[in-house]
Design a binder for this molecule. Structure first.
Ligand SMILES: NC(=O)C1=CN([C@@H]2O[C@H](COP(=O)(O)OP(=O)(O)OC[C@H]3O[C@@H](n4cnc5c(N)ncnc54)[C@H](OP(=O)(O)O)[C@@H]3O)[C@@H](O)[C@H]2O)C=CC1
Ligand SMILES: CC(=O)N[C@@H](CCC(=O)OP(=O)(O)O)C(=O)O
Length: 342
């Protein structure tokens, strides 16, 4: 496959280059940049010198690209995707433009008009472990957000099995700072985040409707969640801790059985042995998610945790997993590594 990447200089773009450089069936033929066209990629990022001997070009996607990863801020990809699709290029959007099925929900939470609502029915929500059959044969994939990926992997099987009190869900999430991208901002520069730990986007984070959309689909009825993200002074990693009431008569074994049933044959989702709780370092650098739960006998609530690397399973790794599905390749091609920690 001949691969193109828009936003190749960003964090998820760089992660795509890192992972695709070890992918046996993919060749990067185009790296697009709005600000650095004409420069050598390896000149800017010497860590990729042998893998990415491609010069950055402007954002005009050349003919010959089979699949285009759009690692761009939201709002940009939707305006251009119709053109790429018409040229027979498969599009995997790492941003948020095609994740929400209803344009009015996008417009409410993202505060911009959706540039291409007519394309929304063509898009599939690309969380392979939960929507694999829907991805096959599509040309437009909405790669999920990082917090939704961790949250949905934990909750969807439990909701599909009807085990949780659907209106009781509280999602307490923490992310490393790379989740905010490469650009500097007041809230994310070194002295604001180092030796500090803070919530943000309280009761208004844009991942809330994405999580609610997918959980509602799993539960078979509209539901709402309390979702609070926090910024942690580290670079990579997401840990979500979820508190959920359980239905009368349900116990820990039932919850665990629902996970096992869903993830038994999955290479990237790991239900940890009882008592072993996920840590972000398990996931760092790899396309893997780690899950654990217990029922707190005192409160009667389930405590559920999931860890992923926001840049890999939460973005670029998952995007490559989606590419593998679109092209009928083994899903773990180029993604086999367990990460940077032993
Ligand atoms: N970081 C993460 O953990 C995750 C990010 N995402 C999503 O993936 C997408 C990319 O994220 P990420 O790589 O972190 O972002 P970055 O800010 O690190 O990179 C985005 C890149 O987009 C390019 N770009 C093109 N047009 C513009 C523009 N108008 N304004 C700013 N940048 C522009 C820039 O490269 P150039 O100047 O070379 O064109 C920039 O490097 C976003 O939609 C993000 O929300 C999704 C999941 C997780
Ligand atoms: C730490 C941090 O800032 N994280 C980002 C989420 C990254 C992500 O998944 O972004 P998109 O949904 O926009 O693609 C945020 O809270 O906006």
């Amino acid at each position: 496959m001949r691969v193109g990447i828009l936003g190749a200089t960003g964090y998820t773009g760089q992660e795509l280059v890192r992972l695709l450089s070890n992918h046996a069936a993919a060749e990067i033929i185009y790296l697009g940049s709005s600000s650095m066209a004409g420069k050598s990629y390896a000149g800017i990022f010497p860590q990729f010198s042998s893998e990415a001997a491609v010069e950055l070009q402007d954002e005009t996607v050349p003919d010959g690209v089979d699949v285009l990863f759009c690692a761009l801020p939201h709002g940009i990809t939707a305006a251009r995707a119709g053109n790429y699709l018409a040229r027979g290029i498969k599009v995997i959007d790492l941003g948020a433009d095609f994740r929400l099925h209803r344009p009015e929900v996008y417009e409410k939470w993202y505060k911009v008009k959706h540039p291409a609502p007519e394309l929304l029915p063509e898009a599939v929500y690309g969380l392979p472990e939960l929507h694999r059959n829907g991805i096959n044969g599509k040309s437009l994939v909405a790669n999920p957000g990082c917090y939704p990926t961790a949250t949905l992997l934990a909750l969807v099987p439990l909701l599909r099995a009807g085990l949780l009190q659907e209106d009781s869900l509280i999602v307490d999430a923490k992310s490393g700072v790379s989740g905010a991208g490469r650009g500097a901002s007041l809230g994310t520069h070194f002295s604001e985040v180092n030796e500090n730990f803070k919530p943000y986007g309280v009761a208004e984070h844009r991942h809330t409707p994405e999580i609610e959309q997918e959980l509602s689909e799993a539960a078979g009825r509209e539901l709402v969640v309390s979702f609070t993200p926090h910024l942690v002074p580290m670079i990579r990693g997401i840990l979500v801790t979820i508190y959920a009431g359980i239905k009368e008569g349900v116990d820990e074994d039932d919850l665990r059985a629902a996970w096992q049933e869903s993830y038994r044959d999955e290479v990237f989702v790991h239900v940890l042995p009882e008592g072993v709780w996920p840590q972000t370092k398990f996931a760092s650098g790899g396309n893997h998610a780690f899950l654990q739960l217990m029922v707190d006998r005192r409160t009667g609530r389930a405590v559920i945790a999931a860890a992923i690397d926001n840049l890999v399973k939460g973005a670029s790794g998952q995007a490559i997993q989606n590419m593998n599905i679109l092209f009928g390749l083994p899903e773990d091609l180029g993604l086999k590594g367990r990460g940077m920690w032993p």
